[in-house]
Design a protein around this ligand. Structure first.
Ligand code: ASP
Ligand code: MG
Length: 432
């Protein structure tokens, strides 16, 4: 018998029928002899709808009240799920984040978990109940207020519960079958991975893969939690995300030895259309200018990703600096830079939101040469122009025209030998 934490995303509990389907899955796990703790998201698009309501009532709302509002979404789904389980003849008890002992810092809207004290959950488990916890929320001891963990935070709730309760596995259920070598809606020949390393998963998540939230993967890696991403709508085993040295216990799943051992050079190709590019033109090529520019950008709250600086033109001793950032941060960053233009002394700003980012991720890059050559050759054959390049130890990313991104991803996927024999089955979902 194992202790299993399961997380169900909003699309898995979108309506009464779905809640009953999830209840059945939970009861089946219980019937198999396991203890079950469930973290649940708000039903369907509830969180977006609540945010929308807030905007209608007031253009800017107090962060404390926004968290009170948003945390109610998960309260609805947790209680309904417990009721559905009761009606199947099983004991279930729902708990809010604060009842469950999710202690966070005081940052409303993006709180970090600092401690988990699951006393009431342990009691309920000892009494034989299935435990349901509202995802995405916690409690701060100093302010004594409810906090939320940021969008997609229920993944983190689940992983934190798994760590605190020393669960055998944290199963994250969504509407996709697991982690794929690429987004199957972009690359139809994408294959589901049986196993992916947590460092590769972090790079994939940071570069556009949406199935798991990066904070949850980080938390799992730090606390030695095995994540298993799988679908609510099928019975496959999904994908196991493993940190170095971790193996999947036989009680949880039978993983073919070769897929557990396999270390492909490239694990996957991630695509991201959510970024924009800003180019600062005619920057005086003297020490300190990059510092001035990126201090202004950082103060605007923007999260810069890639940066490229050109060689300066000998005649003018000026250069161009381009960087990418989330589209949603671009307007604020542009305004902040424009305000400082006289001081910094650049000539102009160009904003481009038609870019796409393609990233190739694989731990095998450390020890294999020629990985980038394969990427550049594939893009060249496809006639795709590369605008920016950046690398980490296990990732190569390029910026291309947004319109070229899907085609480029398919060609690159083929070039690394990642194509499956058949097209991937895509459920209606978004991966949440
Ligand atoms: N309901 C929250 C959101 O939509 C948290 C979650 O789904 O994980 O972001
Ligand atoms: Mg949601």
């Amino acid at each position: 018998m194992a202790l299993i934490v399961q997380k169900y995303g909003g699309s898995s509990v979108a309506d009464a029928e779905s809640i009953k389907r999830v209840a059945k899955r939970i009861v089946d796990t219980r019937r198999a002899g396991h203890d079950v703790v469930v973290a649940v998201s708000a039903m369907g698009d509830t969180t977006d709808e609540l945010l929308d309501l807030a905007h209608q009532v007031a253009p800017i709302s107090a962060p404390r009240e926004l968290d009170m509002l948003l945390s109610s979404g998960e309260r609805i789904s947790m209680a309904l799920l417990a009721m559905a389980i009761h009606s199947m003849g099983f004991e279930a008890r729902s708990f809010t984040g604060s009842q469950a002992g999710m202690i966070t810092d005081a940052t409303h809207g993006a709180a970090r978990i600092v401690d988990v004290t699951p006393i009431r959950l342990r009691e309920a488990l000892d009494e034989g109940a299935i435990v349901i916890v509202a995802g995405f929320q916690g409690f701060n001891r100093d302010t004594r207020d409810i906090t939320t963990l940021g969008r997609g935070g229920s993944d983190t709730t689940a992983v934190a519960l798994a760590a605190a309760l020393q669960a055998d596995v944290c199963q994250i259920y969504s509407d996709v079958d697991g982690i794929f070598t690429a987004d199957p809606r972009v690359v139809p020949k994408a294959r589901k991975l049986d196993v992916v390393s947590s460092e590769e998963m972090l790079e994939l998540a940071a570069n556009g893969a949406k199935v798991l939230y990066i904070r949850a993967v980080e938390y799992a890696r730090r606390h030695g939690v095995i994540i298993n991403a799988r679908s609510t709508f099928s019975s496959g085993q999904g994908t196991f995300v493993l940190a170095p040295g971790m193996t999947v216990p036989a009680a949880i799943a039978a993983i073919a030895e070769e897929s557990a051992m396999e270390e492909p050079i490239v694990a996957g190709v991630a695509t991201d259309l959510s970024q924009a590019k800003i180019t600062v033109i005619g920057v005086p090529d003297v020490p300190g200018k990059a510092a001035e520019i990126f201090t202004v950008v950082a103060k605007s709250g923007a999260n810069v990703d890639m940066i490229v600086q050109n060689v300066s033109a000998a005649a003018t001793a000026r250069t161009d600096i381009s960087f990418t950032l989330p589209k949603s941060d671009a307007a604020t960053a542009l305004r902040a830079l424009a305000a400082e233009q006289p001081g910094i002394g650049f000539e102009s700003l160009v904003h481009d939101d038609q870019i796409g980012k393609l990233s190739v991720v694989g731990a095998g890059m450390r020890t294999h040469s020629g990985v980038s050559a394969t990427l550049f050759e594939a893009l060249s054959t496809a006639g795709v122009n590369i605008e920016m390049i950046s690398t980490s130890e296990i990732r190569i990313s390029v910026v291309v025209r947004g319109d070229d991104l899907a085609g480029a991803a398919r060609i690159v996927h083929t070039a690394y030998g990642l194509d499956g024999d058949t097209d991937a089955v895509v459920h209606a979902g978004t991966g949440r």
